[in-house]
Each structure stands twice: as C-alpha cells, then as structure tokens.
Design a protein around this ligand. Structure first.
Ligand SMILES: [Fe+2]
Length: 390
C-alpha cells in the first residue's frame, strides 16, 4: 500500500460574538440529556462557568459541573473526572476553558469509553484509541491552544515529570467547536500574549514540518497572517472585538493546521520542559519559538520566506535567505512586543539545559523537523533561549 497523506476532521466549527448563548441548543442537537461540564475555578470566579450554567438551565438541559481542572492537567484529574462522569450517569461532555479544560474533557472521554486510566493511552501505548469519545462540545475561552480543533489531549504525569499526548485520531475530536470571541475579552494581557503566540507556533511548526500538506499549509498561513496583524492589537486593546475575533480564528486555524499530526521541535521542547517546571504552555512555547526558527530556517528557506510575508514583513528585493531570516526576526520582535517572559522568569535555570535537551530529544514530535535535530541541537537551541533572558 502506498502511504497517503490524509486530512480529516469530524468537528463542526460554529463561531460568532455571543456564540455561548447557543450552548443549550447545541447540547440538545447532539441528543445529550446530561453532559459533564468540564471547567476550572478561574472560570467559575470570572462568572463564565456560571453563565454557561445559566444558559444550559434556561434551555432545560440538566448537567453536572466538574470544575477542578488545573493548568497542565494531571492524569489523576482526568481519572477523577471519568469517575464523576460514570457516577453521575453523564452522556456527553462540554469542555469550557483554555486548552487544559478542553484536553481534560477529551481525555475523560477516552477513559470513559475505553476504561483504565489516562496514562494507558500515552501516545497510544500500550492502548490505542479504538472508539469515539462521547459527544463533546469544545468552548474555548482563550485564543491559542486550538484544542477545539486538534485531535490531541495533552496530559501531565507529575510523578514522571512529563507531559504526553493522547489522540492523533479523529475519534478524540470535539463534535462541535462553539467559538465565542467575547469570552476572551477580559483575558489578562499576558494570557492573550502567551496563548496567541502558541497559536502562531502551531501554524509555523505545522507549516514547516515534513508532514505539511496543502490543507494544513492553507490554514497555517492564514493563522500566521491573523496573528501577525492582530495579536499586538488584542494585547494592547483587550476590548477590541475585531482583534479578539481574528485571534479566535487564528487559534482555530492553528489547531486545524495539525491535521492528523502533532507539532514540531518547539512543542517537543515546551511540552517536555512543561513537565519539569509547571510553566504556562503558551508563554513557554513562545519563548522557544524564535530560537527554534533560528535553528530551523536553513532547512526550508522558501517556507520561512513565506512566513515572513504572512507576518506582514516587506520582503520585496530580499533574497530568499534574507526573507527567511526576516521571519525569524519578526517572531523575535513579536515575542518582545507582547512581553513574553524569559526562560529564567518562567522558572528555568541554565543548569537544567542537559536535562531539558535530553527530554526534548526523546519526544516524538521531533520527527519531521525542518532541520535534523538531536540532543546537541536541542542544547544549542536551549542555550540561545536562555541567552535572550540574560
Ligand atoms: Fe501549543
């Protein structure tokens, strides 16, 4: 058999300012009688979980709230959520929040239908996912992770200090992504910055990795354009609805850019490093994206030149090499403009470089990187990332 590239997503993407109001209708359209609302305490305190609850109640939907999600969700949290789902007789899922809530909801779905613990499905080892998760409505409240569109859940094992992926199959995808950019209006600027840069990282990594294909290139390039044009505006004017809308679309497109694959070296680094220090995924990925691009650009100069264009750089009259370097510079500038913390400020120290490089080099997302990379390569990239914080 000839190996084929494929693009498949079972998710319906529904978006609009105020889209949350449609939550009960979407639940009923899926035939759900008692969904588990998976969310976190931050959203409870911000009143967004309460608002979702009000909409469900007014629509006559009975639901169970599981609001224990934390950043970098651990295995035990997923397993507890699955237990609550079973005990309460739930028949579907709503993932309301950033990537952590949506990923937790997906992983709960995997455990509920397959049994065991979330850890049994780590990169499909030992157990592959063979059955669809219960119907899931993903409602993102940040604009970055794109989990509403991806076929992955990222889960942390605190005992082994690692993060791992579950999924890589449409069986784990949300049935509906209900995207309401108004939910991002009150995000603090530093969250806007980190999550927005994460969306950019998804787009750039998926565009430059060996698995790229026409579908993923198309959505990745538009995601880059939106981030290049609107992230600074959303950072500077949190209330700007156009900027928020475009950033929500950028996050969705960045998630779609994965296709059925995972990300690249920046994510191999940020996910493994995020298991060592409990740092926010977006900010950490953002801090590593520039150094990874600086390392990678010589492998795919035309693609990096095209990234520069998508980010709004003037590449007229530049050679392909100059344009490719302009993409790296543009990302470094954006990283500084939206005030992404340094590696040091995120809680890392330079003496951790050998450990971090070792972990990254073992991450499966390294395969297909635009430039060959091994332990030594990761040491080089990490050294550069720390240098920028001195
Ligand atoms: Fe990410």
């Amino acid at each position: 058999m000839v190996p084929l590239q494929a693009y498949q997503t079972p998710t319906a993407f529904k978006h609009g300012l105020g889209a949350l109001e449609n939550l009960a209708d979407e639940v009923k359209a899926l035939g759900l009688k008692r969904p588990l609302l998976v969310t976190d305490q931050g959203l409870v305190q911000a009143g967004i979980a309460g608002e979702a609850g009000r909409i469900l109640k007014q629509g006559g939907v009975s639901f169970v709230q599981f609001d224990e999600v934390v950043a970098n969700p651990p295995v035990a949290l997923v397993d507890r959520g699955a237990q609550v789902y079973r005990e309460e007789g739930c028949d579907g899922l709503i993932g309301l929040g950033g990537g952590s809530s949506m990923d937790t909801a997906k992983a709960i779905g995997v455990v509920v239908v397959h049994g065991g613990s979330a850890v049994d499905y780590e990169w499909a080892d030992p157990n592959p996912i063979t059955k669809p998760i219960p119907p899931l409505i993903a409602v993102p409240t940040t604009a970055g992770t794109g989990s509403e569109a991806t076929l992955w859940a990222v889960i942390t094992d605190p005992e082994r200090h690692i993060k791992f992926n579950i999924g890589g199959t449409p069986l784990i995808a949300a049935r509906v992504a209900l995207i309401d950019p108004l939910l991002t209006i009150n995000l603090p600027a530093h969250v806007t910055a980190g999550t927005g840069m994460d969306a950019l990282a998804h787009a750039i990594e998926c565009y430059t990795m060996a698995y790229a294909q026409a579908f993923t290139d198309a959505v990745a390039l538009l995601a880059m354009e939106y981030v290049g044009r609107y992230l600074r505006v959303a950072f500077a004017q949190g209330h700007n609805k156009e900027a928020r809308y475009k950033m929500s679309m950028a996050a969705m497109l960045g998630g779609l850019a994965y296709g059925t694959d995972s990300a690249g070296a920046a994510h191999a680094m940020s996910q493994t490093a995020g298991g060592v220090v409990d740092a926010p995924h977006g900010a950490l990925t953002a801090r590593l994206l520039g150094p990874v691009m600086e390392y990678n650009y010589m492998g795919e100069p035309e693609k990096f030149a095209r990234i520069a264009q998508a980010l709004g750089e003037d590449v007229q009259g530049l050679s392909v090499w100059e344009a490719a370097e302009a993409a790296v510079e543009a990302v470094y500038r954006l990283t500084e403009d939206v005030e992404i913390p340094t590696m040091q400020a995120l809680g890392f120290s330079e003496d951790q470089i050998p450990l971090l490089a070792e972990l990254a080099s073992k991450d499966p997302q390294t395969v297909g990187n635009p430039r060959d990379i091994d332990y030594d390569g990761y040491v080089k990239v990490y050294k550069r990332a720390f240098e920028l914080g001195r």
